[in-house]
Ligand binder design. Sequence first.
Ligand SMILES: *Cc1c(COP(=O)(O)O)cnc(C)c1O
Length: 394
Amino acid sequence: MSEFEVSEKGYYGRFGGAYVPEMLFPNVEELRENYLEIIAQPDFIEEFDSLLKDYVGRPTPLYFAKRLSSHFQTNIYLKREDLCHTGAHKVNNTVGQILLAKKLGKKKIIAETGAGQHGVATATVCALMGMDCTIFMGEVDIKRQAPNVQRMRMLGAKVTPAISGSKTLKDATNEAIRYWINNPSDTHYIIGSAIGPHPYPDLVTRFQSVISKEIKWQLKEKTGSENPDYVLACIGGGSNAAGTFYHFLDNKNVKIIGAEAAGKGINSGFSAATLKLGTMGVIHSCKTLLMQTADGQITEPHSISAGLDYPGIGPLHAHLYESGRGTFFSITDDEAMQAGLMLSRVEGIIPAIETAHAIAALENLKAKSLETVVVSLSGRGDKDLATYQSYFNL
Ligand SMILES: *Cc1c(COP(=O)(O)O)cnc(C)c1O
């Protein structure tokens, strides 16, 4: 078995596991016992593939970015997850999880959301399947992310404010977990990134692995080789990155590159550079690197992009970092914003600010002129226009 596959007990190296409250154990155990068997069933695969094709719009293009390539003096291909229905890769996972929930006989779906992107992707598939949907969201985030709250409500979801603590993502997560404990039999909890208790990181990675599966045949068609020299993705919790890396993990000739958010700078006190600043701890029921004080209080993260503004990181990426299999750059808010503007002007593609972190990392990469780089274009920038506009005074 690959050293980058999750172990029987749910670990990648030292990271992962399921540190759940005892009352949640039956829910997580039900999922763990059934997920591999269900997602391998022929009718599951058929329905998943057909929805990815006709509803999500897959395969997404692998686009040779000519002007961007000449700017960086290398060969850059953009994997266009921004062209997925709802505008980002997150829907690959929510489609998979709602089909799994139906197989488990669940009637209701819950999810937590920070920026609202995962909430929208979850509300979307609940509408598609006619399932009852409750999204937990911090009261502060509900105010900050009004357009996404409106989208969720338009789609028929109930948006429930979390009013404890800092009233942001971690408080919304606590609310979702509390609800799940009280409604174990009829409810499935859709986690939106490659985080949380085992089996979630593996489950989400498998659903997102369609990204690298497509890259392989698309790149072969375009270059004659299915393996690039580099694969590059931004990392919040790590789902688009996990999907982009997955089918290359065991091929050491393919260099794996991640871009995390340095916010105002790694040492500024306003950052989300989890790998550089994090230490071992437990967050969202998972043992991983996280930003915390010496006595174990989780540090409030900062990033200009809401999707990377997370104090932890998925256990697979913590392992890629620690084992040296992956190289990770910390990209500041300013670097990301400049890269977002550059991609817009050079290719006519306005990226999400999360994605712009991956574009900015091309600068650090210094790939050679004959080399090939595949970048995960995780999402489109429509949601970020107000931030771009005020930053650049457009
Ligand atoms: C949510 C989001 C991310 C970060 O999440 P991952 O799980 O790390 O992929 C990145 N890009 C976009 C466009 C997002 O919406």
